[in-house]
Every structure is written in C-alpha cells, then in structure tokens.
Design a protein around this ligand. Structure first.
Ligand SMILES: [Zn+2]
Length: 575
C-alpha cells in the first residue's frame, strides 16, 4: 500500500478510539479494579492474565508479555499490517483515514489521492490484460511456456502474458495522457525526449499484492542474449517496494500454517500446477526481515528452499540472519537444500507433489542448520568450544528472549558440555558496539532506561525533571538520554502511553521501548516510591554530566574563561 498515513491522524485515532471498547469487541473483558481482564488471545491460558488499562490506552499480558496500543492489538489479533489495522479501527469508529500530503508538498484531498492510486492500479491491470492478449497471439511465447511444462490453466491463474519485441507496445496502446503514469509505474522509460517500453520480448509475470492488485511486473527474456538481463522486474515505484513484497503471496495465504520460500516465479508457478499452493518467491533479492515479517503475520512456519550448491548455502545463511530477530512464540524456520541440478520447478516436475513434499518434510530446523555451519570445529578441545561459543554469540544476540533462544542455548550446552546458566550469563552481556543496549533484567538497566520505565509507567513523573536538569541532560549527548527526554516531552503534552508507543513505532527506538515495557510489571509488584526513584535517576544522570564537564574543563585548564573557572571550582567542590 503506497502513501503514508498522516502521523497526526494516527495520534488522533489512538486518542479517539477507546481501547476497552475495541478489545471488548473481540474478547470478553471483565472489569477488575481500574483495569479490564480477559484470557489472553496470544497464548493458551485458563486464568486471565491479559489486562487492558483504559487510562493508558494500553494492553498487557502478564503471561506472555504481549502488549501495546489499540493498533498493535488489531495488528496482532486480526493479523493485519499497520495500514490495514488503522483502516479497521477508523472504520469501527467512523472516521476517514488521512494520508500525508504528496511529494510536491501540496495538501491534496484524500479522495483525490485515493483516485490517483486507483488509476495506477487500473493502468497496471490494463497493461496486464494487453500482455495476456499478446500471449494468445504469439506462438513463440506459447511454445516457450509449453516447453517449460506450463499448462494453459496455470498460466491463466497467474495471469502470465507476453510483451512483444517492439519498443512502443504500451506507448501505442495508452493515450498520451497516461504516459506520465506509465513512466511512474516503470513500464516506460524516457531517452532523448522519446519514450520506449521497458518490457520487450519477454514473458510477463504480473506481481500481485495481498489484495490481488497488480503492483508490478516481472519479465523473462524468451531468447536470452548478452545485451539484456534474463530477468527484469519493475523498478521501485509508489506501488511496489521490492524488499517488502513476495511473489505468489495472494495464493499462498490460503494456507495459514506454512509457507515455502523459493527463488523464482517459475518455482511458485510449477509448484502450484502440482497442487502445492503455499509457496512464494523473493523478487530477485535475498529474503529481507520485512518480507519475513509479512509472512509471519499469516503463518507460523517458514520453509526456505534453496539449491544445494555453495550459492544456495550462502543465501540460506543470509536468510537465517534475517529470520533470527523474528523468532518468537511458536514461529519456526527451516531449510531444505535440493540435490545438485534441481530447483523446485524441476524437482516437482520429475518427482511430483509427493516427492516435493517429502523433501519439505525433511527440512533442517534453523538451530540444526546454524550449528551445522560449525561442524568442522573440534568440540573435544577447549579452543573448539570457545570458538563455537564466540561464533554463536552475535547470532544469539539477534534472537529475542524466549523459548527459541532457550532451545539454541540447550543445543549449545549439549555440544560444548558447558552449563546453560553460564552460557546464558555470557550471552546476556550487551554487545559493546551497540548504542542502544538490549535489556534482559531490571538490574541491568542503564540509568536512562530505568528513567524510561518509570516514565512509561507513570507519566506524571515528568514533573520531577526541572529545566535546569533538563539542560544538563541534553548536553550529555547520549542516545538513550535523548530518548528519555523525548518521552518527558511527550508526557508533558499529556500523551497517553498508547500515543507514546505509536510515536516510536518503526523507529530505531521501538525495540528498546518494547523491551522496557514488561519491566512495568516489576514496578507494580515492588511498590517502589516512584517519585524518589525517578529523582534518583535524574540525579545520577546529572552527576554523569558533571563528570563529563569536569573532564572537558580539566583538559583546557589554563585557557578557561572566568565563568568556566568558577564552574570548574564548583564541580570540584561538589566532588
Ligand atoms: Zn498472553
């Protein structure tokens, strides 16, 4: 979906929706004290530990740690993406979604924007129709598809077409009023003042989004030559961001359990022809975390299918790294490596549905594949064990805390015969190069992180930070402190926790903030004197500021101005 939803609108939406009413629509909420309770929809339980807080416009599960604002709930519960969730909520409360002004900066009416997109989708659909017609008329293209083993039925199902070898197919087809749009869609290019078609003498594979709209095209040369790439995809356009889309997703969503990730369009199509309709292809790139996130929204089990050669192994390793940060809850990732000379297309054609499914059944779980990479290490020696632990460390740090991570640690324990508790302690050390430290227990929180936990729990605490301290903290120039100050400002504007979470959604701070949220539970239990605790954090940070300032002044001691000398002495005196 193109175009960005206006940020102010999102804030407005979260302010206007009542999270209790919204969630009550899906779960049976019961009032207990200030909160509402239900059995958690995100994990199996018999006694309710899922609470909804009307003041903070926030939900949290004490059992599995799920939590967030209204939008997050709809995304997780209804398995929608962000834009879909916003639309869902806007519909429920009867307001119209507002998009950001377009690039030229002019604010356009919403409807006009929507029409603009609609026109682009329509042009893509018309182009696809034209290509399909051309396929019907081209014996050459039909022969090629037959020779690849495609039936007419599956070709129709995937909307396969043919772009004839001319330079002006679409240009002649569409009135010149539409040429600018063809250009925006990457279907034509401009050169020396004249336009020409991008797809020529190619089999055309339309690329659909999940709502079955054509967002782009892939094209394969019928007769590959040295002058042009064999495969060509539409460039990035306002309808198409390659790293966020997969080919075949509109069919694959019919299976809610498992999806098989393959490399090419032809793999997806051949598998579908043999009744395997849960595969998708990445679009000529390594599988990105964004693509995997998209897939995990609908299924719990992703199987990567790669060639058995070196390139396939390397691609699998990259896929593993993209997948690690997403491995939580019941999610699973596994790998299949096909015998040399086979791809899914040729395999399913030679061995049928059963043969291919057998291969999938033997997929290597991610943890096994991970440790397989280190099988040359001699684990009977201390050196070998140390090396293994060091190599696995950066990978483990990508994994969210949870069952999957525990599983990998278990495996590591078995391999090295070193106790898990020791390994876990070793791995919980934050990586040194990272600005934003991962959080695993309250004890390990930095001062700024502690401050954030307090503030997110009780926004009135912002009153404890006076202008004087604020100015000092700003000068610390630490990323986490800056984040803390951002949150202070948001609290001053009386934003609810729901709005604050939204403010940081999809920013580099989102992971840290979501790691900090569960610590609120600890606060509720410990019953700390929060004002004092928060003031202590501020004092600590001011102290850091003085320390830093002292070092700076100390360095240029002989050249200090009169004011600076006084400041230096004051810091010295205060110790
Ligand atoms: Zn839960």
């Amino acid at each position: 979906m193109a175009g960005y939803i206006d940020r102010n609108f999102i804030e407005e939406l979260i302010t206007r929706v009542n999270i209790v009413e919204l969630i009550d629509h899906y779960l049976n909420l019961r009032k207990t004290g200030q909160n509402y309770k239900a059995c958690c929809p995100f994990h199996q339980e018999k006694t309710p530990s899922f609470i909804v807080n009307p003041d903070k416009q926030f939900y949290h599960c004490f059992g599995c740690g799920a939590g967030g604002n209204a939008i997050r709930f709809i995304m997780e519960y209804a398995q929608l993406d962000f834009v879909e969730a916003v639309h869902e909520i806007a519909n429920k409360i009867g307001i119209e979604v507002i998009y950001e002004p377009n690039e030229s900066g002019a604010v356009q009416h919403n409807q006009e924007n929507a029409n603009q997109y609609q026109q682009l989708y329509t042009i893509n659909a018309q182009a696809a129709y034209y290509y399909r017609q051309q396929l019907r008329q081209s014996k050459l293209a039909q022969d090629y598809l037959k020779q690849r083993g495609l039936t007419g039925e599956v070709a129709r199902e995937f909307g396969i077409g043919y772009a004839p070898a001319n330079w002006q197919n679409l240009i002649n087809l569409f009135p010149s009023a539409n040429h600018e749009q063809l250009f925006q869609l990457g279907l034509i290019k401009k050169s020396n003042g004249s336009n020409y078609d991008v797809f020529r003498d190619r089999i055309i594979y339309p690329i659909l989004d999940r709502r079955k709209r054509i967002i782009a095209f892939g094209g394969r040369l019928i007769a590959p030559n040295d002058k042009a790439p064999k495969y060509l995809n539409s460039p990035a356009t306002i309808l198409f961001q390659k790293s966020q889309e997969v080919y075949g997703w509109h069919l694959a969503t019919q299976n809610r359990q498992q999806v098989i990730v393959v490399e090419g369009y032809m793999d997806v199509i051949a598998l579908a022809q043999y009744g395997i309709t849960n595969s998708v292809a990445t679009l000529g790139t390594a599988c990105t975390t964004q693509q995997l996130e998209l897939l995990f929204r609908r299924v719990t089990d992703i199987v990567f299918c790669f060639d058995g050669d070196v390139a396939g192994q390397q691609a699998a390793w990259r896929a593993l790294k993209s997948a690690l940060p997403l491995l939580k809850d019941k999610r699973q990732v596994s790998f299949v490596f096909l015998a040399t000379g086979f791809d899914p297309d040729s395999l399913v054609r030679s061995q049928g549905e059963a043969g291919f499914n057998n291969c999938i059944k033997q997929a290597l779980p991610l943890s096994k594949f991970l440790f397989q990479q280190f099988k040359t290490l001699d684990l009977t020696t201390v050196e070998g064990k140390t090396k293994l632990i060091e190599e696995v460390k950066p990978l483990l740090q990508l994994l969210p805390l949870g069952t999957y991570r525990d599983l990998v640690l278990q495996e590591l324990e078995q391999l090295t015969k070193i106790e898990q508790t020791f390994l876990a302690a070793n791995y919980n050390q934050p990586p040194p190069s990272n600005n934003i430290k991962p959080v695993s227990s309250m004890r390990q929180l930095s001062l700024a992180q502690q401050g954030m936990v307090y503030l997110l729990y009780k926004s009135e605490l912002h009153l404890e930070l006076d202008a004087n301290s604020y100015n000092k903290l700003v000068q610390l120039e630490q990323k986490e402190v800056a984040l803390l100050l951002d949150i202070v400002i948001l609290c001053r504007k009386a934003k609810s926790l729901g709005v604050i979470l939204e403010h940081f959604r999809a920013t580099e701070y989102e992971p840290l903030i979501s790691q900090l949220l569960p610590h609120q539970v600890g606060l509720a239990i410990m019953g700390l004197e929060l004002k004092q605790e928060f003031a202590g954090v501020i004092r600590g940070l001011c102290k850091e500021f003085f320390k830093q300032r002292f070092l700076v002044l100390n360095q240029s001691l002989p050249n200090l101005s009169a004011d600076e000398k006084l400041e230096y002495l004051a810091i010295l005196k205060a110790g």
